[in-house]
Design a protein around this ligand. Structure first.
Ligand code: ZN
Length: 279
């Protein structure tokens, strides 16, 4: 469910004297409030004197006009009263898309800031960049932007109508009976099309053609952007990569296994491809 209109921005106001929307993290978990229907919401907290210390917070933008910040709960501060600590994956699965997206963005930015406090070339402490969401080395002037790691996701299919099949895979740690699509990180110098063909060949041993873009989803563990494609099988027997997969096989579209939850783009890709194959 999408709730509210979010306008991203990296430059916040010089002074805040009002309630702000906060992504407050404690380790890898985030503090949430519950609305009347039980849906998790990002809390609105006091930024006035004695409230949350925003000097180390990262400005995210405005949600329905309210300033939004991401920060770690300071070690010397008590948790905000009346809030619940929720894991990021749990927040995503509970279905408040606006809160999940904002929390995911905050999570990535905080993790990037935590790991870029010094220049990777000369070791000098970095400083905030004047114009962009970035930090800069004052000595060698290298600029460090938040890193995004593109992941290509491929649903391989063959046939159509009632005789269609999907090629699905499972890793050892998945829920029992759960299968999903092939996915992997783009390597340096690789195009999207090359990555899709390589990943599918490496993981399941088959060849594909006609990759068809479906959509994308940021995935903040820790900094991925997933681009999802369907692709037509052209040849090859299924041979699961034993280093990556526990199993991979063709499933008739009328006898599919347990699939990922609907919030995952992998599931949306499967549902969309099924609908097109059945037409
Ligand atoms: Zn440097």
């Amino acid at each position: 469910m999408v709730q509210g209109v979010f306008m991203p921005d990296h430059r916040g106001p010089a002074f805040v004297d009002e309630e702000v929307v906060c992504c407050v993290f404690h380790g890898n978990r985030i503090f949430v409030a519950r609305d009347g229907s039980g849906l998790p919401q990002l809390p609105r907290l006091e930024a006035r004197r004695g409230g949350l210390p925003l000097k180390d917070a990262h400005y995210l933008g405005r949600l329905d006009g309210s300033h939004c910040y991401g920060l770690h709960l300071p070690q010397d501060m008590a948790p905000p009263p009346g809030l619940e600590l929720l894991g990021m994956r749990a927040l995503i699965l509970e279905g408040n898309e606006t809160a999940s997206a904002l929390a995911g963005q905050a999570f990535q930015i905080l993790e990037w800031a935590r790991t870029h406090r010094h220049c990777g070339a000369c070791g000098a402490p970095t400083q905030a960049h004047a114009a962009d969401r970035a930090v800069e080395c004052p000595d060698c002037r290298i600029v460090y932007y938040p890193r995004i790691a593109p992941v290509m996701m491929a649903l391989v299919y063959r046939g159509n109508g009632g005789s269609g099949e999907l090629l699905l895979t499972r890793k050892a740690g998945y829920a029992p009976g759960r299968y999903t699509v092939v996915a992997g990180f783009v390597e340096a110098g690789e195009s999207v099309e090359q990555c899709l063909a390589r990943e599918v060949k490496e993981e399941v041993g088959v060849d594909i053609r006609n990759p068809r873009y479906f959509g994308s989803q940021p995935w903040p563990f820790p900094n991925s952007l997933v681009l999802a494609f369907s692709a037509e099988w052209t040849g090859g027997d299924v041979v699961p990569d034993p280093g990556e997969l526990e199993d991979a096989r063709w499933f008739p579209i009328d006898a599919l296994p347990d699939l990922p939850e609907p919030v995952h783009i992998s599931r949306q890709l499967i549902d969309d491809t099924l609908a097109r194959m059945r037409r």
